[in-house]
Design a protein around this ligand. Structure first.
Ligand code: ZN
Length: 157
């Protein structure tokens, strides 16, 4: 049996900006409206439920909230340099540089802030927050970068 939670329909969305060094167009700072989705595969327990929807939505929302209205930066980038200077974070790569207030930036433990890497980050974060019983065999988390395109990460349990 599968539980499906759609971030667009549930309002579990966020807005953020990023850029992708090395990409011909996406190497310029730009933004997206993102949605977080979740699929859980498992068997219902004696109470008739695979997992409490309330707890699932809370975990999805925490992922959205931590990135909402933020400048997303990859903390493990091999090509970008991130420097903390006072209240600012200075970012440089190739011949470009930016300076952002620290409060506006969310540094993710990733080498690139793509929908694919964000899906892996969101999967890890959601798994860490949930109490997944032995009845659950698979969890899949999707990050849509606008309506119609997204990336999914999954884990067998
Ligand atoms: Zn983008």
């Amino acid at each position: 049996m599968k539980l499906k939670l759609d971030g667009w329909q549930l309002g579990i969305t966020f807005s953020a900006c990023h850029f992708l060094p090395g990409h011909s167009k996406c190497n310029r700072l730009h933004g997206h409206n993102y949605a977080v989705h979740l699929h859980i595969t498992g068997e219902p327990l004696d109470g008739g439920m695979v997992h409490d929807f309330v707890a699932l939505k809370k975990a999805m929302k925490s992922v959205a909230d931590q990135m909402d209205h933020c400048v997303l930066m990859p903390g493990k980038s091999k090509v970008m340099k991130l420097e903390h200077v006072g209240t600012q974070i200075n970012v440089s790569f190739e011949n470009k540089s930016y300076s952002f207030p620290k409060d506006d930036v969310k540094i993710l433990d990733l080498d690139l802030v793509s929908a694919e890497m964000m899906a892996i980050y969101a999967l890890d974060s959601i798994v860490a927050q949930l109490d997944l019983g032995g009845n659950i065999t698979k969890i899949k988390v999707g990050i849509d970068e606008g309506i119609g395109q997204g990336a999914w990460a999954s884990r067998e349990l």
